[in-house]
Design a binder for this molecule. Structure first.
Ligand SMILES: [Zn+2]
Length: 218
């Protein structure tokens, strides 16, 4: 009798644990995105979920690791954002393994390597959407507004300050810096051609590091 009670207890504990695991279930991805707009709508929804929940329910499982190791990556969007540790791109969009192709540089500036990475994500991996994501309280933008920097960091602040009018404030500068990076990306003949054919779309946005929300440009 004692043995059966023990077995029953083990079963109840197992059911309880699986119930807890179920509560943390990872989100399911749409099977296919029709176009860039549907990806944008989806990422807006996912950002709302992240901002409210303060955690990422994307698929980070062993199964997903095994699947992407065997079958390769098929990210649906390229994210160009700042290296700032408060701007964790996958978390912001509640995304798991294999969903986003992320390029991060301080100040989300675009140089040759970053541009090559964007081209790879769009042309080779087939991402239909590119988001250039600036953020509030960006140190690189702040440094550009306040006299620049020394060493190789100056290559970043010079790139930013060149696109800023005299006397602009931080919020305006963050937006202008994103727009400048979009212009740099569009200097790629490959991307300009794909954008012209409607095969990829580039949008700008600002991430608010306090609220967790992403505001997309019109
Ligand atoms: Zn930054």
């Amino acid at each position: 009798m004692r043995k059966w009670i023990s077995i029953l207890l083990v079963c109840l504990i197992a059911v309880g644990l699986s119930g807890c695991a179920g509560a943390e279930k990872t989100k399911e991805l749409p099977a296919n995105f029709a176009d860039a707009q549907s990806i944008l709508d989806y990422l807006e929804q996912q950002n709302e979920i992240f901002a409210k929940a303060g955690k990422n329910s994307g698929d980070l499982s062993k199964d997903k690791r095994a699947d992407t190791a065997e079958n390769g990556q098929h990210p649906y969007a390229v994210i160009v954002t700042c290296s700032d540790s408060r701007v964790p791109a996958e978390h912001i969009f509640n995304a798991g393994i294999g969903e986003l192709f992320v390029i991060r540089t301080a100040g989300n500036v675009i140089g040759d390597h970053a541009l090559g990475s964007v081209e790879y994500g769009v042309e080779h991996l087939g991402a239909k959407l590119v988001i250039v994501l600036g953020h509030t309280h960006c140190g690189a933008v702040d440094a550009a507004l306040n006299g620049g920097a020394h060493g190789a960091i100056a290559t970043i602040t010079d790139e930013i300050s060149a696109c800023l009018p005299a006397g602009c404030d931080a919020r305006e500068a963050e937006k202008l810096n994103v727009e400048n990076s979009i212009s740099r990306i569009m200097e790629s003949e490959m991307i300009a051609e794909l954008a012209k054919k409607g095969e990829t779309c580039i949008v700008g946005a600002i991430y608010n590091i306090e609220s967790g929300t992403v505001e997309f440009f019109d």
